[in-house]
Design a protein around this ligand. Structure first.
Ligand code: SF4
Length: 328
């Protein structure tokens, strides 16, 4: 499969007074055509910062970026705003966690999708018909009626379908979905995940799925990158990472998934919270929460180790072949 998005040695710092808060550090990640790649981790791990950076949605006055993000061979880091406008929406769509924050409250939902379609020079009548087809495709129960409703008149699941319709309407090659089901109940979540899978199957759309939920990852992602404190600590095919989690953080995340309905089973958790790291910090970022930490972990950052095939991990505990370069 060919590479659609290739992120190499990418870092983001936020300016906090005189210090540089390291939100993303030396991230390598590749998204192939027609694949769903998930980025998973706790809140505060830098997942959304990574997603926003790809389409330049970070405040440039408060952040600085370095490294490379190639989209179909075109460098996005440092791309001029007027060039990025041509890519954002048309080439790379973005679904936000809460569609109510993204939709205009005083414009009917259908008109918002029509306007997005008209950006490509399509007349309003054709755009209206296309919107109706899109609403049917995302399984709106009564498309014409829901097109005439304002966002506050729609349920959370329907609003997310409007957002997906809007993003899909321009047929982007890459869809970035930032926690698209977090605000939804499990039934609607399953339907939205099904929609994303259909987009991949029918349109060959690639999806970069940002989530804190390993259950969601196991349902639809082809590959998964586990992120902790701004760094990818493990990457591989979803089945490989879930069957053979190699980084202590991945193992603890999996243990923390509630299992069954037994009330006498203690729910596992990862003690502490994700700390802030500044540019001067060395060593493994999971050090202060890792039950297997050794002395050298505090002083030296672990190198990339190949586990199997395209399964990689960063941890001093692992022997094996050290590798350079980006994840496949
Ligand atoms: Fe734990 Fe050390 Fe591995 Fe980091 S490098 S995850 S601190 S064992």
């Amino acid at each position: 499969m060919s590479e659609l998005l290739k992120i190499t040695d990418f870092s983001v710092n936020y300016k906090i007074g005189k210090k540089q808060l390291s939100a993303i550090k030396n991230v390598d990640l590749t998204v192939n055509e027609g694949e769903i790649t998930a980025v998973v981790g706790e809140s505060g791990c830098g997942k959304s910062t990574l997603a926003y950076s790809i389409v330049q949605l970070l405040d440039k006055r408060k952040s600085s970026v370095s490294g490379s993000i190639l989209y179909q061979g075109k460098e996005l880091v440092g791309l001029k705003a007027k060039e990025m406008v041509k890519i954002r929406g048309k080439e790379i769509g973005f679904i936000f966690q809460n569609p109510l924050d993204s939709l205009n409250p005083v414009i009917k939902s259908g008109n918002q999708v029509v306007e997005a379609i008209c950006l490509d020079g399509i007349d309003r009548k054709t755009a209206f018909e296309k919107t109706q087809t899109l609403y049917e495709r995302v399984k709106m129960s009564d498309p014409l009626h829901q097109m005439s409703q304002y966002p506050h008149e729609l349920s959370g699941g329907m609003r997310q379908r409007v957002m997906i319709s809007m993003m899909v309407s321009r047929e982007p090659k890459l869809l970035i979905a930032d926690e698209p089901t977090t605000a939804l109940d499990v039934t609607i979540e399953a339907e939205i995940l099904q929609l994303l899978s259909e987009l991949k199957e029918k349109n060959n759309t690639s999806v970069l799925l940002i989530t804190h939920n390993l259950g969601v990852v196991s349902k639809i992602a082809d590959k998964v990158a586990v992120m902790y404190a701004g760094q990818i600590v493990e990457f591989g095919k979803t089945e490989d990472v879930l069957k053979n989690p190699s980084h202590p953080y991945t193992q603890m995340l999996l243990k923390a998934i509630p299992k069954g309905t037994k009330h006498d089973v203690k729910l596992e958790s990862i003690p502490g919270t994700v700390p802030r790291f500044y540019d001067t910090n060395q060593g493994c970022r999971f050090y202060n929460r890792c039950p297997m930490a050794q002395k050298k972990c505090e002083a030296f950052a672990p190198e990339k180790v190949k586990i199997d095939n395209i399964h990689y991990c960063y941890c001093h505990l692992l022997g094996g072949e050290h590798v350079e370069g980006t994840t496949d």
